[in-house]
Ligand binder design. Sequence first.
Ligand code: DAH
Length: 356
Amino acid sequence: MPDALKTELLTLVSEAPDLAALEEVRVAALGKKGRITGLMKELGGLSPEERRERGAALNALKDEIAAAIDARKTELHAAHLAARLEAERVDVTLPVRPEPRGRIHPISQTVDELVAIFAEMGFAVAEGPDVEDDFHNFTALNFPPGHPARDMHDTFYLPDTADGRRMLLRTHTSPVQVRTMMSVKPPIRIIAPGRTYRSDYDMTHTPMFHQVEGLVIDEATHMGHLKGCLIDFCRAFFDVDDLPLRFRPSFFPFTEPSAEVDIGCSRKGGELKLGNYGDWLEILGCGMVHPNVLEACGIDSTRYQGFAFGMGIERIAMLKYGIPDLRTFFEADLRWLKHYGFVPLDIPSPAHGLTR
Ligand code: DAH
């Protein structure tokens, strides 16, 4: 009987088409309820002599089948690998692909750089709509209706909504502060890069431009944190280790105290150089978030405080990459883009370097 069984099992093993089928054969023969296992269990009912003889035969059968299964397994593995190598064959004699001709716009590259630097400091990226209402763009930021600071924004107004809300194109990224504070609980640490709009057009103004906003809210945040954060950012972004920063008192309705920040530069010989040369260049606004703003956003100003900052992305891109005219950013001139743009795989990261 074992002979017939042996032939049958060996045939099944050698004909198993793949690893799953082979495993089924193994279970049917050697598994807990397998046929050889079943025969082993019957040994108990035999006389001692018969048991010895049959036991030895069954053990030999078991070993032989197990060895055949192993051999078939090796064979199937090899066949599988050979099929995969064949399917994934690469023709190394083909010509290389032509180099990509497109370029990343300096604004996109600069945003990627900002995000990389602030991400290292633990900031997340937040967004808000370009079409805002008066509440988020002004009122919640402590510009009461009729406040003169509103007039400085050259706002593009849109028709009111059906329920009478005054709509506009956001004049700064600061409304994202309001939206963030109204929707997430402190601690908050975000930057908000995006488009902004003002009705203005000359060498240094375009009706659409970009800003990046920063906001940190926590229980023990002070002006020292604000300064440290911006010093680290500017030195990393402009890649000047000892770049000096100067914090000058200023006014914004949504911060108290407020400051404007200058970085060190030289203008000798009509050429602008960033560094510790004694001249100053203004690059951003910042301050400690006004308690009125916290309260307007439902945050307890006796427990929480924080800082905010905002800067123009075109401006810092022009300074870093020596781009002389703001308007050229939006002319969609391919020759300009070829000159000032970035190769697509130049992905900025503080570890790999932020510039070319
Ligand atoms: N929103 C201001 C502007 O357009 C920039 C700004 C200044 C943002 C100070 C801030 C800040 O968050 O704290 O012109």
